[in-house]
Design a protein. Structure first.
Length: 394
């Protein structure tokens, strides 16, 4: 029998009847990890390799690293959890940036162990991690890629919002500006005219938390005061310099998403990455630090790798396959694959009927660590997530 995770190893040790102290000491030996450290100094890489070899592990480095004929190298640290923890102890007083590497590895290990999170909105405490949460998408725009114009009138939008709640949505996400590839920005007043009337009409009628999908601090501020509780910013607080301070002042949790460029240009030109996951992790880590520096509670940050935002078909598939790597940041993970173009490219489906591909993508995401799925078809995807959760927690 193959044990795929530390959690499974613990359960099997307990089933066998191992002593509790034995469970604690044996589990790190049963968990094998690979850590990729990018662009580190060759002298540091050589020390890493020597230390890991002495403990029965290894470190893969580029040719030329040992002789230091190259300036830097990526280093793949290979070993058990116990070996890697021991490595961090040895590195904690070493030069060449190894002390910082030791600290970062320890933080990463602690983050990988996190299963449950709590975010506090201005109105409630939300627990994330016990099961996959479903965020229902409500586009109040005339040009959304899959349902543009259907919910332009506030009455139609409110009816749709209440229906999504009945279908099992845990969070409602309202957006008044399209971020589809090629879409242009709109003025603050126009976005407010689309979003605020819907929020005002939902007041007292909806019990689930509402998120506002916006890149504008003024819109976010008005929306939270009108009843929204979460700010979902596809720019990760970059496009409006006041957004972070606005969110912090309102006590609103934020979703930080990775996107290269802007919606109007993100799918044009060169979409290649030197290190796809590495670049996205680095970007999100930097945006988390910036958010915290501007006063946002670190426990009130959700991350989103940004499926379809400046990524190729192959990039999106790789992100789904390796989604669990983003757990290294220690934040709840939101994914938005609903009706995305890459699912249509795989299945040949049109914009509004990408249900099968979306369901498969949602299943893969849940099994690979997603905490929140952002979807259009709430009833269908709720059941999809329930099944994936049942398999994951079996």
């Amino acid at each position: 029998m193959f044990l795929a995770s530390p959690q499974e190893a613990v359960k099997e040790l307990q089933r066998i009847g191992a002593d509790p102290y034995g469970v604690e000491s044996m589990t790190p030996k049963m968990s094998h990890l690979n850590f990729l450290l990018e662009k580190i100094e060759c002298r540091a890489a050589n020390i890493l390799k020597q230390e890991m070899l002495s403990m029965g592990g290894d470190v893969a480095v580029a040719r030329g690293s040992v002789s230091c004929t190259i300036e830097s190298t990526d280093a793949l640290v290979i070993g058990t959890r116990k070996q890697i923890l021991k490595l961090t102890e040895k590195l904690s007083s070493q030069p060449f940036g190894l002390k910082e590497i030791s600290k970062n590895i320890r933080t990463a290990l602690a983050n990988l162990d996190k299963e449950n999170f709590q975010i506090r909105t201005p109105r409630r405490l939300i627990t994330i991690g016990e099961r996959t949460l479903v965020m229902g998408i409500l586009n109040v725009t005339p040009n959304s890629f899959s349902d543009g114009g259907r919910f332009n009138l506030p009455e139609a939008a409110v009816e749709r919002a209440l229906r999504m709640e009945d279908e099992g949505a845990d969070i409602l996400d309202i957006g008044g500006e399209s971020t589809r590839p090629g879409s242009a920005r709109i003025q603050v007043e126009e976005e407010l005219d689309r979003v605020i009337p819907v929020l005002e009409k939902l007041a007292g009628r909806i019990s689930i938390p509402v998120s506002v999908d916006t890149m504008k601090a003024e819109v976010a501020g008005h929306a939270v005061r009108a009843g929204a509780e979460i700010i979902n910013d596809v720019s990760a607080l970059r496009f409006d310099p006041e957004m972070a301070r606005t969110a912090a002042g309102l006590g609103a949790p934020v979703v930080l998403m990775h996107m290269r460029g802007e919606p109007e240009t993100m799918q044009k030109g060169d979409l290649s990455y030197v290190s796809l996951r590495g670049e996205i992790v680095s970007f999100l880590r930097e945006r988390v630090r910036a958010a915290v520096a501007d006063g946002i509670d670190p426990d009130n940050i959700i991350i989103d790798p940004g499926f379809g935002f400046g990524k190729s078909l192959e990039d999106n598939l790789k992100l789904l396959k390796h989604l669990r790597e983003f757990k290294i940041l220690g934040k709840p993970l939101l994914i938005g694959v609903s009706r995305k173009a890459f699912t249509g490219k795989v299945t040949g489906a049109e914009d509004s009927v990408r249900l099968e591909g979306g369901a498969a993508a949602v299943t893969a995401a849940v099994l690979n660590g997603a905490n929140i799925i952002r979807v259009h078809d709430v009833s269908f995807m709720k059941k999809t997530a329930m099944m994936a959760d049942a398999v994951l927690r079996a």
